[in-house]
Design a binder for this molecule. Structure first.
Ligand SMILES: C[S@@+](CC[C@H](N)C(=O)[O-])C[C@H]1O[C@@H](n2cnc3c(N)ncnc32)[C@H](O)[C@@H]1O
Length: 255
């Protein structure tokens, strides 16, 4: 039987107890660029001519900090991770915040006939309806993300061995709706040895060049953001200090 990639994370999330290992705020980059997700959903809906609330896939989502942020803004979010303990903590946290936790299939119920509150798609709205959170324990080296199903896919610090990473990026391309957005932040290889977070093997880290190659076959046009950065990170106890990351906002070209 292949090793369970969630096992080591189960232990780390359990050891953090009631605290969240990566803190209880969304990732800074996801928070700063959330409006792009809502815009992506609005663009996809305009193309489809029907209305539904934005559907977002959060990959390697751990304890759910990004998923809850987006669900609280009205998105239907599926959080996928190999760690059952991480997702159990996400579920309990959602209940404390009164965010509905629903079976994953409920995220796919067609809302076209019910209509949708336009505030969900307005990034500047001050009040908005609460969305919903689905949870899926899965190994991203195997799990199918679906075809043209997601208005946005989010991933922060999901680090995998290179063959798994290539597969994940291919699935991201396939699973985004045309016009959909991939919003992600990873450690880049310059992070190696800093001791402020991330894997201990540079091969598990991600460069801007690799994202350009894997997502857009070498072209820059589909990227709204693609940059390697150095920034201070404060995320719980696990990510602390000056860090080298790559940030990406990739929009799948419309048909
Ligand atoms: C550094 S944590 C990041 C968690 C979350 N994205 C965040 O930023 O708070 C990496 C996560 O990747 C998950 N993970 C690692 N390998 C995985 C795989 N093959 N399939 C699914 N999840 C995986 C772990 O369980 C862990 O929750």
């Amino acid at each position: 039987m292949p090793p369970n990639p969630g096992a080591v994370w189960d232990e780390r999330y359990a050891a953090a107890g009631a605290d969240m290992l990566f803190g209880d705020a969304p990732n800074d980059f996801v928070k700063a660029e959330t409006a792009r997700i809502l815009q992506a959903a609005a663009a996809a809906l305009a193309g489809a001519g029907s209305l539904s609330t934005p559907r977002v896939l959060c990959l390697a989502e751990g304890e759910g900090r990004n998923a809850l942020h987006l669900a609280a803004l009205g998105c239907r979010v599926l959080a996928v991770d190999a760690s059952a303990v991480g997702l159990q903590k996400a579920s309990a946290w959602a209940r404390r915040r009164e965010i509905p936790v629903v079976p994953p299939e409920a995220l796919f119920v067609d809302e076209a006939s019910q209509g949708v509150d336009p505030a969900v798609l307005d990034a500047s709205a001050t009040t908005r309806p609460v969305g919903a959170l689905g949870l899926m324990i899965a190994d991203l080296s195997q799990w199918s993300f679906g075809a043209a199903e997601w208005d946005a896919i989010v991933c922060t610090f999901g680090h995998f061995p290179p063959p798994v990473r290539r597969r994940v990026l291919q699935e991201v391309r396939r699973a985004l709706k045309p016009g959909g957005l991939f919003l992600a932040e990873f450690y880049n290889p310059a992070q190696l040895g800093r001791g402020t977070g991330g894997p201990s093997d540079a091969a598990w880290m991600v460069s801007a060049n690799e994202l350009r190659e894997q997502l857009a076959e070498g072209f820059d046009a589909p990227f709204e953001i693609l940059r390697e950065t150095e920034r201070e990170i404060t995320e719980g106890t696990a990510h602390q200090g000056l860090s080298a990351t790559v940030q990406v906002a990739y929009r799948r070209p419309s048909l």
